[in-house]
Design a protein around this ligand. Sequence first.
Ligand SMILES: Nc1ncnc2c1ncn2[C@@H]1O[C@H](COP(=O)(O)OP(=O)(O)OP(=O)(O)O)[C@@H](O)[C@H]1O
Ligand SMILES: [Mg+2]
Length: 550
Amino acid sequence: MTLALSFLGPARPYLIQYVLDVPLSAGDVAGVRFWIVVMIILTVLQTLVNYLQISWSHKLGESVVDDLRRQAFNHIVRLRPQFFDKTPVGALQTRVVSDIETLNALFSEGFISIFGELLQLLTLLVLMFYTDFRLTLVALIPIPLLVLATYVFKVKVNAAFQRVRKAVAELNTFLQEHITGMSVVQIFNQEKREYDKFEKINARHRDAHLDTVFYYSVFFPVVEVIAALSTAALVWYGSGAVLEGYTTFGTLVAFIMYLTMFFRPIRMLADRFNTLQLGLVSGERIFNVLDTHEFICDGEIEDFRPLCPKIEFRDVRFAYVAGQEVLKGVSFVVEPGTTTAFVGATGSGKSTVVNLLMRFYEFSEGQILIDGMDIRKIKLEKLRGAMGLVLQDVFLFSGTILDNVTLFNDGIDEGRVKRAAELIGADAFIERLPGGYRFEVGERGANLSTGQRQILAFMRVLVYNPKILLLDEATANIDSESEAMIQNAIAVALNGRTSMVVAHRLSTIQKADQILVMRRGEIVESGNHQSLLALDGHYKKLYRLQYATA
Ligand SMILES: Nc1ncnc2c1ncn2[C@@H]1O[C@H](COP(=O)(O)OP(=O)(O)OP(=O)(O)O)[C@@H](O)[C@H]1O
Ligand SMILES: [Mg+2]
């Protein structure tokens, strides 16, 4: 369609020239009518082709956007946590939303249009030279000026657009972070300071945008002037030529039309090249994400369905940041069906032990075995499928309670969710909520209390029925009603499972079969509640500091 268009456009002036010079000057009225009908048909055809060209090229662009967004999401969803530790959410959001949008323009009006417009320019030039090379040369006198103006414009506006895009990414990152952390901003009365920061980013965005507007508003009039100069040269020289008989009146009229056609794409082309360049920059950024192969190395063993597994850590060493070891040779065994509690000061590496077992992070030395199998050899899907995790801070998605417990899995029926709720004694609280199991929890579960969110996490575990339970108890205090419910939930969830619990509650600790005391990435004491108290070491100190009053 683009090809057809670049020939159809210049055809009209050509025909007009013919009509003026041949049938009209010969007084052939029938001939003039015939050619007018031909031109009408051509125009209708051109309109149709134009419609198809626009709608198909945009369809192409949209399909690219759709494909890439899906690919990008599918890729991001599999990246390891380490990638997210160092990549701002807002930046990723910009990649997936606006950068990919820019690529749309690259396909819908970039490549194809540039190609079409260049072709049309070429067609016009060939036609003009073929019709009258002297007129053509005169008309093209101001062209070097145009090339210069276009070049300057392209360079300037492109730099400004780069700044716009950078500012957009900054805006996204800033907004995302501040809306998420709004309560911190407000409680520390940081509104004014954060507002000032936001104002600066916004000002950068505005200024960069205004720069682009400035270049456009200078460039377009300049092109107009050059086009006018060109036409003036043409009319001046052409009238003389017509009067002296070098050329025909029809040719002169056709040339004026050619020139209009000639300048329109040039004005557009400068813009198109920007689209192209912006698209390439965006493309590069998107592919940077797509080419990030920060995956957790998957294992091959598919056949992993432990009934009551034994977990073993053998001298595991690990550092989040190279050189700063967080686990310094951790070894322990969790016997099948028992509960091991981890206690210790904040930052001692308790959550890290859990992260490693889930294979959220790759450890550098040592081994982690489940039923004697190296967890690195087990397929991630199977490994994680065997585990249930209740984290320190429970993440809920916007949706109903039911959605969040089943994790939007339609294969799990409501009855199972209700049984899980009854088992841990959460049914009463859920039924009191407006809508019961269909209560909308809000983004991140904002409509629920911390304790209630934890309860939902326990229900997830019961519904999915994993053989290994990992529990990172919330350090935050929760209200006493939830507390009783959670204690019950923990007891039910631990029952019959091999469990590792990062424990802050005395009740959980006392019931554990084994307690490991962590300190600066090492296990310094182990035993049960009584034997550790008798040992009179770190545990006793910890106990006295934190739990004695309880
Ligand atoms: N994603 C991460 N990237 C880099 N360092 C981390 C990361 N997560 C934790 N750390 C570091 O690892 C150390 C151990 O953290 P960990 O979360 O295991 O502590 P914890 O024992 O669970 O503490 P708490 O009782 O407060 O939950 C800390 O010093 C922390 O700074
Ligand atoms: Mg922790």
